[in-house]
Design a binder for this molecule. Structure first.
Ligand code: PLP
Length: 379
């Protein structure tokens, strides 16, 4: 059996957790939380980082920080995970879904301006598979219309936006706010875990308050105020030190994990690109200014029937391949609320995209077995 995902462990997770236990402080914002924050701030230059219990939680913090209210409109791709949308729906927002690009599952930047109305407050971008959305176009549009930008960077750790003739910028470091995931299916994991990145100074102080149940406890512990209390809305978004200690072990191995994943991605791509001429599927292309963080390896099948046959054939050979996403504009929850626009490119990815197993401990022999099975099935 080759599973779709198997969590990779570095071996340092348990010693770190043991150390966290020994410090006698297991709730949030202790030694390991701060080590993780510092790691991200130093490696990527993020302005302010706050670990959360999930990326879903970080997105909910973003919606609170942007002060999204009943009737506000938020633009985001339909081809994404439910949390991108739910976080804003919880605040009463109306979601205006954008279609995907014809050449990539990311949202089509050129389609966004038509979607802006006088109720639009924010654009949420999703870097699908860690591939950068054209952030220069999105930020320019946001500035022109006075909108805020949140990056759903759940899949985008260690990935960059590298437009020609400009400096590379790390994904998650460009929008006003950004959210990362450390769920066990992502590149760097903590079981469940996430992080809010605050790149805009205006949101820094309030982000700590929302993080700490609406209190100014963080400032109190830094000795900046002499008592703390309830000063705003908030919730409990912090992970415990157990989670942070686990995550820190992973971060210490980030380069090795990324190198392994990229080698696997390239092995797939070399072998499978040579089979494209048969006409059953195509291999992924990256948008011009994107780097590859090897979060997903997917094929785009000719049609739904071909994908069904491929997934079934792989399953019979003991190989688990999966598809996603079903466009949120057609979801049971949102179909009635959607404004009815057709999103044909999103629908095409929903029907035709299949993800192959990709995890750091997948051996190149296993990759070859998967590719040989695909070669047989798609003869
Ligand atoms: C995984 C994922 C999420 C949710 O992450 P959690 O940490 O599981 O809450 C949100 N958005 C996207 C695009 C994702 O891939």
């Amino acid at each position: 059996m080759i599973p779709f995902n198997r969590p990779h462990l570095t071996g340092k997770e348990l010693p770190n957790i043991q150390d966290a236990v020994a410090t006698g402080k297991l709730s949030g914002n202790g030694k390991y939380t701060q080590l993780c924050h510092r790691y991200f701030q130093e490696r990527y230059g993020f302005r302010h980082c706050l670990l959360t219990h999930s990326c879903t939680g970080a997105l909910e913090m973003a919606a609170l920080l942007l002060d999204i209210r009943e009737g506000d409109e938020v633009i985001m791709p339909a081809f994404t995970f439910v949390s991108t949308s739910n976080a804003f729906v919880l605040r009463g927002a109306r979601i205006v879904f954008a279609d995907s690009r014809p050449d990539h599952p990311n949202m089509d930047e050129s389609s966004l301006e038509h979607l802006i109305t006088d109720r639009t407050r924010a654009i949420v971008v999703v870097h699908y598979g860690g591939a950068a959305v054209d952030m220069r176009a999105v930020m320019a549009l946001a500035e022109k219309h006075g909108l805020l930008v949140v990056e759903d960077a759940a899949q985008a750790i260690d990935a960059w936006f590298k437009p020609e003739g400009a400096r590379a910028a790390p994904l998650g470091g460009i929008g006003h706010l950004a959210a990362f995931s450390f769920h066990e299916t992502k590149n760097i994991i903590a079981g469940e875990g996430g992080m809010l990145v605050v790149n805009d100074e205006r949101f820094v102080a309030r982000s700590e308050i929302i993080w700490e149940k609406g209190t100014n406890r963080s400032a109190f512990f830094r000795g900046q105020i002499d008592k703390y209390g309830w000063v705003d809305v908030g919730s409990s978004f912090l992970p415990s030190e157990v989670t942070a200690a686990f995550l820190y072990a992973q971060l210490m191995e980030l380069e090795g994990i990324q190198a392994r994943r990229i080698a696997i991605w390239q092995a797939y791509d070399e072998r499978l690109s040579a089979l494209q001429h048969r006409g059953w599927f195509t291999t992924p292309t990256l948008p011009a200014a994107a780097t590859n963080n090897a979060h997903v390896y997917y094929l785009l099948c000719r049609d739904l029937e071909t994908r069904t046959r491929l997934i079934q054939g792989l399953k019979e050979a003991g190989i688990m391949a999966v598809f996603h996403y079903q466009g949120l504009h057609r979801s049971p929850f949102y179909a009635d609320r959607h404004d009815g626009r057709l999103l044909p490119h999103c629908d095409a990815y929903s029907d035709r995209l299949v993800r192959l197993p990709l995890f750091a401990d997948l051996s190149l022999q296993e990759v070859e077995r998967i590719c040989a099975t695909i070669e047989q099935l798609m003869g």
